[in-house]
Design a protein around this ligand. Structure first.
Ligand SMILES: Nc1ncnc2c1ncn2[C@@H]1O[C@H](COP(=O)(O)OP(=O)(O)OP(=O)(O)O)[C@@H](O)[C@H]1O
Ligand SMILES: [Mg+2]
Length: 341
């Protein structure tokens, strides 16, 4: 038997889109099982931070501040974010899994209030790049990175900044809808608040749930059954529930990794329409393999490519319409016209 065949193989986790070592996969399964089975309870609240990293357990004073902040923020009907749209700027980002370099000095500006689409063949590093944008890459055992990610000019990797701040300001929606199926629709939406340590009164929670579901384009369909389990919704509705959960904490940026790839055309259209409305409130970055979708939803587009055996990088970036009608690089032309990938 060769030593290679005795090595435990990482398994692909289709909820987070991360390849996990067997021990980590087992640990995550042990954490998720009670989450998915349990009714909403304090116990579940305690488990959530273990899945998503250490959530702050703020001192009473901080909590009061947070309450004041929330009260002020939700006092009037208002958009998801604070009104000021944020830009995200990746500078010379490189990434490794162990010794394997998968991204090479990727720089990309994702302008405020716009949808930026990341396109490119499988394995070129799009998901890795996206996970670096909200500090999820560092969850992967053996993963490392270099470079900077600036949110409104401040590096989210700065040592003085908390991991949970990055996750709160930069939300993520995954390929496979992952609501907590046994939790009610209502509790699914507020789960994000608990994750980031935000306390809110009952009235504030009601308002946040309604606002988030309206923004995610789901309110009308679920307003009369908020107490029913999230798992009872259709796939498309579940994905919009996950979008609502992300929006509940008022993110500045929403990252979406192939959010429609598991959905039917009708649900896809609804999500795309939702994105069109959301982009006035939150900056969006979406990974998609669907060229028509990239053209429909995005204003900026980045084409990623990893040539044989080399790390992924951006071949071309710019205005989406221009990229599809007059690509500057021959490889972009071939990819957007379906010649490979
Ligand atoms: N946890 C991991 N451990 C080791 N290598 C990984 C891990 N996750 C991803 N990779 C490798 O990193 C490279 C980039 O993968 P990534 O998932 O970012 O690509 P992608 O562009 O999102 O692909 P797809 O379009 O198929 O989703 C690939 O070579 C992949 O095998
Ligand atoms: Mg991917």
């Amino acid at each position: 038997m060769t030593s290679e065949s005795t090595q435990p193989q990482p398994s692909y986790d289709d909820i987070t889109g991360v390849h996990l070592a067997p021990a980590d996969a087992a640990e995550l399964a042990a954490i998720r099982t009670p989450l998915h089975a349990a009714p909403p309870s304090e116990e579940v609240t305690d488990i959530l931070p273990r899945v998503f990293g250490p959530a702050p357990r703020p001192a009473a004073e901080t909590l009061r501040d947070a309450d004041d902040e929330i009260s002020a923020a939700y006092a009037a009907a208002r958009p998801v974010s604070d009104g000021e749209l944020s830009s995200l700027d990746a500078r010379e980002v490189s990434a490794w899994f162990g010794d394997h370099k998968v991204l090479e000095r990727v720089s990309l500006t994702m302008p405020a209030g716009q949808v930026t689409a990341l396109i490119g063949p499988s394995g070129c590093g799009k998901s890795t790049f996206l996970r670096i944008l909200n500090r999820m890459h560092e969850l992967v055992p053996s993963a490392s990175l270099a470079g900077e990610v600036m949110l409104d000019g401040a590096d989210i990797y700065d040592r003085s900044r908390k991991l949970t701040d990055a996750r709160r300001h930069i939300g993520m929606v995954f390929q496979k809808p992952n609501p907590f199926p046994a939790m009610s629709i209502y509790d699914n939406v507020v789960a994000g608040l608990k994750l980031t340590g935000i306390r809110a009164s009952r009235d504030q929670r009601d308002e946040i749930v309604e606002r988030s579901l309206v923004s995610a384009g789901l309110w009308k369909e679920v307003r009369d059954r908020l107490r029913q389990p999230g798992g009872g919704l259709s796939g498309g509705q579940q994905q919009r529930l996950c979008i609502a959960r992300s929006l509940a904490v008022k993110p500045k940026v929403l990252l979406m990794d192939e959010p429609c790839s598991a959905l039917d055309p009708t649900s896809t259209r609804v999500i795309e329409e939702t994105m069109g409305e959301l982009q006035h409130e939150v900056t969006i970055v979406i990974v998609t393999h669907n060229m028509q979708q990239a053209q429909r939803v995005s204003q900026q587009c980045a084409f990623f490519l990893a040539s044989q055996g080399t790390p992924g990088g951006i071949v071309e970036f710019g205005d989406t319409d221009a990229m599809f009608s007059e690509p500057q690089d021959e490889r972009t032309y071939d990819y957007v016209n379906g010649r490979f990938g």
